[in-house]
Design a binder for this molecule. Structure first.
Ligand code: AMP
Length: 414
């Protein structure tokens, strides 16, 4: 039997993998330029971490977690997101004791048992940052700016920042009541999922793609913010304006996870249809407490790498493509092979990108492979060349060909 990969997963190889690695390295670079350092946490965590933080009312916890029992019967979950694991690690390693701010970035796989469709996978990858330790709206602005920079850096245009405040534990309970009362009058108009959400987590109704008409009739959180949340939201907007960052206020934007407080934002690329959110983020001042710590304000975002790659502008696509080999050795016979490998070794140590065609196929076929790989030069080693201790080098662009001594190869390439 031939095995197939699990549904909703992908294999990465060839040009895609080359671009993928290039994207990761540019993202890491960007994060470092903003003073963020990398954090790697385990791929699986105790299930309870996600249940307690992301919340039972969320789709992630109620439907999408890959949960299994380990041999001791403990419930473990393949991480569906990485904000809670980062906060768990931050607290567990006592980083809160140093005071000040901690800035982390991460890149890695996340797992959600969701219905696979274009742009949605069960194993997908996120680049994300977490700025922990400050409630200053300037930090929110920095994080939003950085999330935009992720896409600008690859040449994306026409992006939209969608912004909202989802309040805090001071203002949300009263709003929740107002919302529940308002929902009473629209019970029959809600979809099946939202009828349940109305009971467990009514704010999540704003996330529903189906209940569009009802949403327009509901009260919005931004009309019910407490004084401090309102002030934070106004300050953030002012800083964004000072930084010339355009944004669109969307009072219906509430992110699906329970731990979000105040700022919620998404980077949208209009025209992408249902999956138009490239990146989502927000403030989560309540998360540390949910993780068993004290009050530690924090904000972050996460950006899907598949979605970035699948929508990459032409120019970045070309820039991030595979590197052309400097030299392709085309070889006749076994003796030729060992000579080529020796010469190739020398050139590689000098930093050249060298491929030896070791397939033993006809010279013509080897030539074809060299030109398909986009090699700058090909070098022939046949019986004639071995006898004369010389090689024939061909400039693949001009077709110009000449014989050079084996020792003179590096010189020519340079
Ligand atoms: P979220 O963690 O749900 O806020 O998602 C943040 C970003 O991760 C989204 O904007 C997408 O780019 C990406 N993302 C989330 N879920 C998936 C998925 N199932 N497949 C691919 N990308 C995803």
């Amino acid at each position: 039997m031939r095995f197939k990969k699990p549904r909703g997963t992908q294999d990465f190889y060839g040009e895609t993998m080359v671009r993928w690695a290039g994207i990761e390295s540019r993202l890491a670079d960007l994060a470092k330029r903003y003073g963020y350092s990398e954090i790697r946490t385990p791929i699986f965590e105790m299930s309870e971490l996600f249940v307690r933080t992301v919340g039972e009312g969320s789709d992630i916890v109620s439907k999408e977690m890959y949960t299994f029992k380990d041999k001791k019967g403990r419930a473990m979950t393949l991480r569906p997101e990485n904000t809670a694991p980062v906060m768990r690690s931050f607290l567990e390693n006592g980083l809160h004791r140093s005071g000040g701010m901690t800035r982390f970035f991460y890149i890695g796989p996340m797992f959600r048992y969701d219905r696979p469709q274009a742009g949605r996978y069960r194993q997908f990858h996120q680049f994300g940052v977490e700025a922990i330790g400050s409630s200053n709206p300037a930090v929110d602005a920095e994080v939003i700016e950085m999330s935009l920079e992720v896409y600008r850096m690859f040449g994306f245009e026409g992006l939209e920042v969608s912004l909202n405040s989802v309040g805090c534990p001071v203002c949300r309970p009263a709003f929740r009541e107002t919302l529940v009362n308002a929902l009473e009058g629209h019970k029959d108009e809600l979809c099946g999922d939202c009828s349940e959400r109305a009971l467990i987590n009514p704010m999540r109704i704003f996330d529903c793609k189906e209940c569009v008409e009802v949403k327009k009739k509901l009260p919005v959180i931004t009309d019910h913010l407490c004084g401090e949340c309102e002030e934070h939201f106004q300050k953030l907007q002012k800083i964004l304006k000072d930084l010339d960052i355009d944004f669109v206020l969307d009072p219906l934007l509430v992110r699906g996870l329970d731990y979000y407080t105040r700022t919620a934002f998404e980077i949208l690329r209009p025209g992408l249809g249902g999956q138009n959110a490239l990146c989502g983020g927000g403030r989560y001042d309540g998360l540390a407490r949910d993780c068993g710590g004290g009050d530690v304000p924090a904000i972050g975002f996460s950006s899907g790498i598949e979605r970035l790659l699948e929508n990459l502008p032409e120019k970045a696509l070309a820039e991030l493509g595979p590197k052309r080999p400097d030299v392709f050795f085309i070889i006749a016979g076994e003796e030729g092979a060992s000579m080529a490998m020796k010469l190739a070794g020398r050139l590689r140590r000098e930093g050249f990108h060298v491929v030896c065609e070791l397939s033993g196929r006809a010279m013509k076929k080897q030539m074809k492979t060299a030109s398909e790989a986009g090699a700058r030069f090909s070098v022939f080693i046949g019986q004639d060349e071995l006898e004369k201790e010389k090689v024939t080098i061909k400039n693949m662009e001009t077709g110009e060909q000449k014989e050079v001594s084996m020792d003179g190869l590096a010189e020519i390439l340079r």
